[in-house]
Design a protein around this ligand. Sequence first.
Ligand code: NIG
Ligand code: FE
Length: 405
Amino acid sequence: MPVLKNIGILYTCAAEGGQADIHPVKYAALVWERDKILWTGPEANLPEPYHKLESLDAGGKMVIPGLVECHTHLAFGGWRADEFELRSLGRPYLEIAKSGGGILSSVRATREASPEELLNKCLGHLQEMKALGITTVECKSGYGLNRDDELKVLQVYRELDRMQPLDIVSTFLGAHMVPPEYAGRREAYVAFLVEEMLPLIADAQLARFCDIFIEETAFTIDEAYTILANAIDYGFMLKLHADQLSPGGGAELAAQLGAVSADHLEYISEAGIQAMKNADVVAVSLPLASFYLRQPAIPARKLIEAGVSVAVSTDFNPGSAPSFHLPAAMTMACTLQHMSPAEVLKGATFYAAKALRMQDDIGSLEPGKRADFALIDAPSVNHWLYHLRPNACTASWKDGIQIYG
Ligand code: NIG
Ligand code: FE
């Protein structure tokens, strides 16, 4: 049973209060036993029974809950740097997608990749994410878009969960786009997802969430309703890529279906904001995607003022957000989305955990929760997100075990 002492400042990020309440504790200590937190508070109040524990020295640094990365498309073949060049020179993202590039070019490369190639590539990413203080990662399929390649990716995620310390939470995104073999037969693809894939994946317990991309080049609201309503029947929790490139009623649908989160939301409507508030759907903001695609930012202030929980994530994928640097995304959430550093920290910890329905287990530093935490070399959250460094995280623990530093 160890105790971490000499913590300059610790943010518990517990639920109480609103988005900006991250509950700082100065000159703190943190006690844990095996994988669970036992006590946090000012070191001066450390209860007597903990005085003789094996103690570690935080060196006056800052402690935060392990970062929860709640939206990635981690496994994909190849990259799309050439499209990045085209987009830099002004070619629109959707135009590239319509001419066979975009998501479909990653589908081709992912189908060609062996499970070992995907696994090793993901392991490299996870290794670097671990060093940033991330302890849980949500991972979507969606670049296979046929039976075998969707299963291949979800099995890679299962294997990754077993073989490295970060928790992997899998999401089935078979409804990312209609693949070329179904061109002109979209209903047949929707039927394939509903009748064949959902039962298969539910049966093999390969994904906790079902997600869909609602957009002109992807799926309509009606198709989304069909797929997601069936997903509920198979026991999936729901996520939606909604209102990203144009307004589409995705936020309203997320609320209607009781989704856990609706993600992107650059073009969310006023009615969508109210609906999400009433149904307590988490808004997952993805500032890197807005930045890379030069989209307007999500109206985070309006969402927060309405009482919606706003999570912050990278959306790591080979097209719209080719970076898994969550602290960089967090800084961008401050500048582009007008969120305070405290609001952003809650968004990448407690509310990100809520976006995975894991807030009872992770996302805050409280007795009974998992001992997932990171040591950050900064005097405060304001200073950390203001002075963006390649990496300010110097050590991290997952389930009470030091995994980095
Ligand atoms: O979340 N919006 C849809 N899907 C991804 C982009 C995927 C891609 O460009 O490969 C996203 O932004
Ligand atoms: Fe995404």
